[in-house]
Design a protein around this ligand. Structure first.
Ligand SMILES: [Mg+2]
Length: 330
């Protein structure tokens, strides 16, 4: 029982806000044990992913706690999508400032509950501590794939097409808007960009259908150039992409036309959480069928080449130069 004005203890917070999130996972024992059990499905591999987000780095202190919770889950789910995995359960570690308001935790748990429903996952464990630093939130999401079928970054081959899902760059515009930049956008376009920054859409349906079709796949978290670079580095190939071919929203077109951003800003900013993948030319028809059935737009932006490095070509085929590839943490 918490008296008025008194901070609930760690155990009270868990019982009140987190245990209900585990109620559909009988082997999580209501978060009253030290560990949970996860039974692997026969003929499947478990796919594990963990990601941390930090206040002031990955989300802004004023972001609604519900959307912080959902972004935390979604950046992890986006990686499972890129691996072709079906999400099952997650673990959650929260380091919260000592003076965090209980209302923040309540709203945060509401965000988790909303996405549990949307993506069919349940909480099975975690840890809550106080910190003298910024809010630091970490989720570990566990999914599965039929044995041996997880898509890797590695596997792109010279001649494959390079494809992306959705549109590129909107989240970066959203972040700039939240920081007070004027991008020449009307209210509704600005709101769409902010939504894309706060609430990424993990491409789970597309990812699971790409298994066996894409030779290499990852999600775009650090920017198209950086993440395509990661794919090419481990695949020991290069890529050539067309700046004109990058799929952009109406908002991004407007910001470009107004001279508020250039294409390099959109290709090197993070937070898209779209998939980027390599598919053999012979499988393109099958690929477009698969994307249609997943209800996701996909666009071919270039091709894999033998020569290492990423070349971006402008409207007249001229190579463009970039002073950076993408977001770097250090
Ligand atoms: Mg990733």
């Amino acid at each position: 029982m918490v008296r008025r004005g008194e901070r609930a203890s760690e155990f009270e917070l868990i019982a009140r806000y987190f245990a209900p999130l585990a109620s559909k996972a009988p082997l999580a024992y209501g978060l009253t044990d030290d560990a949970a059990v996860l039974r692997a499905t026969a003929g499947h591999d478990l796919v594990l992913k963990t990601d941390t987000i930090v206040g002031g780095v990955h989300f802004l202190p004023g972001d609604p706690p519900q959307s912080v919770a959902r972004k935390l889950l979604r950046v992890n789910l986006s990686d499972l999508a890129a691996k072709g995995a079906k999400p099952r359960v997650y673990l959650l570690n929260c380091s919260l400032p000592r003076d965090v308001e209980e209302g923040w935790i309540k709203a945060f748990a509401e965000g988790l509950a909303a996405d549990q429903g949307e993506f069919g996952i349940v909480l099975v464990g975690g840890d809550t501590t106080a910190t003298t630093g910024p809010t630091t939130l970490s989720a570990t999401v566990i999914g599965d794939v039929p044995r041996g079928t997880m898509m890797r970054r590695k596997g792109a081959r010279s001649g494959d097409g390079v494809w992306v899902s959705g549109n590129i760059g909107d989240a970066a515009l959203g972040l700039r808007l939240l920081k007070g930049d004027d991008l020449g956008l009307n209210k509704s376009l600005a709101a769409q960009c902010i939504e894309r920054y706060r609430l990424p859409q993990p491409r789970l349906a597309l990812g699971s259908k790409l298994r066996g079709l894409a030779y290499a796949c990852l999600d775009i978290s650090d920017g198209v150039l950086a993440d395509l670079g990661h794919m090419c580095d481990v695949s020991k190939v290069g890529a050539e992409i067309s700046a004109e071919g990058i799929p952009l929203s109406a908002a991004a077109h407007r910001a470009l036309a107004a001279g508020k951003v250039d294409i390099s800003d959109l290709l090197t900013a993070g937070d898209d959480y779209e998939l980027i993948f390599a598919v053999a030319a012979k499988d393109e028809l099958k690929l477009s069928r698969v994307a249609r059935s997943a209800g996701v737009k996909i666009t071919k932006i270039g091709r894999i080449i033998r020569t290492r490095g990423i070349v971006v070509r402008g409207a007249h085929g001229e190579p463009m130069s970039f002073d950076r590839r993408g977001y770097q943490h250090f």
